[in-house]
Write a protein that binds this ligand. Structure first.
Ligand code: DP6
Length: 350
């Protein structure tokens, strides 16, 4: 029951925006994939430019949900819509059902349909956590359309119930930790203004990855290196936390790069193995080592995809981006940085 939460306003169409995040310590492997319950704590930096935009309009009782995929949501009303992929429609519908069910325990229960129009400002399913921002934007928009101003903790827990664990971390700006075990919501460890950093994303692949994160999580326990990874992960997390506290970029970067490789070590040694990398990934990793040899503090990490997130300080962003743009396998470079929390406003803009 959620009786403590009172609706703040009348149900109405709204538009929400939610940021993606890049994991410094990865969620990889779940005790329970549905809730989900991770094997380990994870910690991420919230992004700014890579975000999902979602409009939710209540259609009223007895109406079917309408789900529209928007190619370039930043263009607003003039953005082209496209047929949403069936798997996306299915996951969205299931989450709408969950949110309607959640509302039954509140003072503003809603069981009608919604028109949902949503899209990402970046390539989906390519190692930039599109389900993190997507499910957070959907959760925030639908709750606000029902009349609720969700506090971040509740947004985190409800977004995570979509099945996308990384969505638990997109409810806050700055640096965010999602505890392991049964704890259902993430917490902010540092806000976005305290230590702004850059994430220069080298896009080497725009096609959707062939193995979902869900399958990767399921297979993680089959790797002979999974138990040793968990045994050493607490120490690496502590190095990341200390580096954040002390604003020690080299200490942060070396732990983040180690962890990025470790995730793929587990994926590649799972049975059957999962290869998210492409030849372009290796080219970018080599370029990042060259940047460091030239005295530029840049460190690489990858989520479950081929694209490489290069973390650096604002003073080095242009030099890092320019170097990555010269690489043959890099289709484009996205310049992003530490971002703030999700937000919503009245009116359906999409
Ligand atoms: C490698 O189960 O949250 O990005 O729902 O596809 O976003 P999606 O994946 P999720 O797993 C995320 C895996 C990861 C690491 C991380 O973000 O912690």
């Amino acid at each position: 029951m959620n009786t403590a939460l009172e609706p703040a306003h009348e149900p109405a169409p709204v538009t929400a925006e939610a940021p993606s995040n890049i994991a410094f310590i990865k969620y990889w492997g779940a005790r329970d994939l549905e809730t989900p319950v991770p094997f380990n704590r994870s910690l991420s930096m919230t992004l700014d430019a890579c975000r999902s935009i979602c409009s939710a309009s209540p259609l009223g009782d007895g109406k079917e949900d309408e789900i529209v995929w928007v190619e370039d949501p930043a263009a607003g009303r003039s953005a082209a819509s496209a047929e949403a992929p069936p798997s996306f429609v299915e996951r969205t519908r299931r989450h709408l059902d969950r949110l309607r069910e959640w509302s039954q325990g509140t003072a503003a229960s809603y069981s009608g349909g919604f028109r949902i129009a949503t899209g990402n400002t970046f390539p989906s399913a390519a190692g930039i956590a599109s389900s993190a921002s997507g499910f957070t934007a959907l959760t925030l928009a639908v709750a606000a359309a029902m009349g609720f101003d969700l506090p971040p903790r509740m947004l985190s827990a409800l977004s995570r119930s979509s099945g996308s664990g990384s969505a638990a971390r997109s409810a806050y700006g700055g640096y965010v930790e999602w505890p392991d075990g049964e704890s259902n919501a993430a917490v902010q460890v540092l806000d976005e203004d305290t230590w702004p950093l850059c994430d220069v994303v080298a896009v080497v692949e725009t096609a959707a990855k062939k193995v979902s994160s869900r399958d990767g999580h399921r297979l993680a326990v089959t790797s002979p290196y999974f138990a040793p990874r968990l045994a050493g992960l607490g120490g690496r997390l502590e190095r990341v936390r200390n580096a954040l506290r002390q604003r020690d970029f080299e200490a942060l970067g070396s732990a983040v790069e180690e962890e990025g490789i470790d995730l793929h070590l587990i994926a590649m040694s799972s049975r059957p193995p999962v290869y998210y990398w492409s030849p372009g990934t290796i080219e970018v990793l080599a370029a990042v080592r060259d940047l460091r040899a030239d005295g530029i503090a840049a460190y690489a990490t990858m989520d479950a995809g081929a694209n490489v997130h290069v973390i650096c300080q604002p003073a080095d962003e242009s030099r890092v981006a320019e170097r990555l743009e010269t690489l043959g396998s890099v289709e484009r470079v996205l310049r992003d940085r530490t971002g703030g929390p999700p937000a919503w406003r009245g009116g359906a803009e999409l």
